[in-house]
Design a protein around this ligand. Structure first.
Ligand SMILES: Cc1cc2nc3c(=O)[nH]c(=O)nc-3n(C[C@H](O)[C@H](O)[C@H](O)COP(=O)(O)OP(=O)(O)OC[C@H]3O[C@@H](n4cnc5c(N)ncnc54)[C@H](O)[C@@H]3O)c2cc1C
Length: 368
């Protein structure tokens, strides 16, 4: 197996057929399927991952996110979660259990993951893709980009943000509610992360919840059909070159027992977005104010695709026109697949998309 090394000169270029960028669920599923299709490990394909250890973004998730509070982490193809991790009563931290599972998975299937290696720039060089990284440079015929969203938190711009004397945090930085005891926390955002933060924080201190749109709660749990409809709607958007949009905006939020209890405690009383941030809180257009020590932005993440900018994949509206069986193939440049993007931004979606991308890309280059 070709072993890129940290100490070699960066003007040595490692040539392979396919480089997978990212070793989260999407990248590992893609790599597993490339191996299953018979591509030679390390020589025909390899995986670059910027994290220092296995686990994708899961290794950074907040400690109170356990296997029983995540929606569901689907098994990667070919190996069950329970083969690697004793899930016990479900109170195992997702940030520990999922990385253990991914580490076993990489070992079991001998996946050629190189880390920590960050892809900085991907550009075209004489018909091949040149991948400049924090270490070596790679040259590939095609790439499967599976870089997730975790490194790209979205914090909307509001006037006065620079005046605020309290602390502003994003879900990305959230480590649990205990640090907030005795402080007033404004949670911004209408998605599942915002609700989980509110549920936890409102048990230890006072909170205010603001969202742009009125959240759509639903009493009944999601059905498989609801899930399919939500994914189909996001897939339709990306096939038309629109920015993917969040799945919650399509499905609404299912009231779990924890959220019902939070609602009964009064923690889910939602206010519309404020207009301004002030020195010591926020202000609405009617002049009302709320003092705050912390503003916690649970306002989501954007796909981490900056390193692909030289390939000019985006349309004027910022979206990327996607094609292929599961909308993983970039129409403008079929050498590039995006997995874990749009309709495949879930553990189950990433699994399926990895299979489709591996097969389509390998067949595009006549490797299978
Ligand atoms: C808080 C939270 C909870 C969630 N809960 C669920 C759930 O319960 N069920 C579910 O199905 N989905 C859930 N999701 C979504 C789910 O985690 C992802 O969609 C899924 O795990 C696929 O991950 P991924 O492989 O696309 O990304 P990641 O797990 O983020 O992996 C991407 C990898 O790419 C690496 N990388 C990034 N940029 C570069 C670069 N330039 N060069 C090299 N490597 C790079 C990163 O280091 C990382 O290791 C949740 C998401 C969040 C944010």
């Amino acid at each position: 197996m070709v072993e890129p090394r940290a100490d070699v000169s960066t003007n040595i270029i490692f040539k392979v057929d396919i480089v997978v960028i990212g070793a989260g669920q999407a990248g590992l599923s893609s790599a597993y399927h490339l191996g299953k299709l018979g591509l030679a490990v390390g020589r025909q394909f390899l995986v670059l991952d910027s994290n220092p250890a296995p686990g994708g973004a899961w290794q950074h998730r907040w400690p109170s996110l356990t296997l029983s509070t995540v929606n569901r982490v689907h098994d990667l193809p070919g190996m069950q979660f329970s083969e690697a991790v004793d899930t016990g009563d479900g109170d195992v931290k997702a940030s520990v259990a999922v990385p253990e599972y991914f580490a076993s998975y990489e070992r079991r299937f001998n996946l050629p993951v190189y880390r920590p290696v960050t892809a900085k720039v991907v550009c075209d060089r004489s018909g091949r893709l040149r991948i400049e990284t924090s270490r070596e440079t790679f040259s590939a015929r095609g790439i499967i980009n599976a870089t997730g969203t975790w490194e790209n938190p979205i914090i909307p711009i509001y006037p006065g943000a620079d005046l605020f004397q309290g602390q502003q945090l994003h879900t990305h930085d959230y480590r649990g509610a205990d640090a907030f005891a005795g402080k007033h926390v404004i949670v911004v955002g209408g998605g599942i992360s915002a609700l989980q933060h509110l549920d936890e924080i409102s048990k230890v201190t006072s909170t205010t919840w603001v969202t742009r749109r009125e959240p759509q709660f639903r009493e009944e749990p999601f059905t498989v059909e609801d899930g399919r409809a939500a994914v189909a709607s996001v897939e339709d958007r990306v096939r038309r070159g629109m920015v993917p949009g969040s799945v919650v905006s399509v499905t609404g939020i299912s009231l779990t027992p924890a959220l019902r209890a939070a609602r009964d405690r009064g923690a889910l009383r939602r206010l519309p977005m404020f207009d301004k941030i002030t020195k010591d809180g926020v202000r609405w257009s009617d002049g009302s104010e709320q003092r705050a020590d912390i503003i916690l932005w649970a306002t989501g993440f954007r796909s981490a695709l900056d390193h692909l900018a030289p390939l000019q994949l985006r349309e004027d509206n910022g979206g990327i026109v996607m094609g292929g069986r599961l909308a993983t193939q970039v129409e403008k440049d079929p050498r590039v697949h995006l997995v874990g993007y749009g309709p495949s931004a879930s553990t189950i979606g990433a699994n399926r998309a990895g299979a489709a991308a591996a097969r389509e890309l390998a067949s595009h280059f006549g490797l299978i």
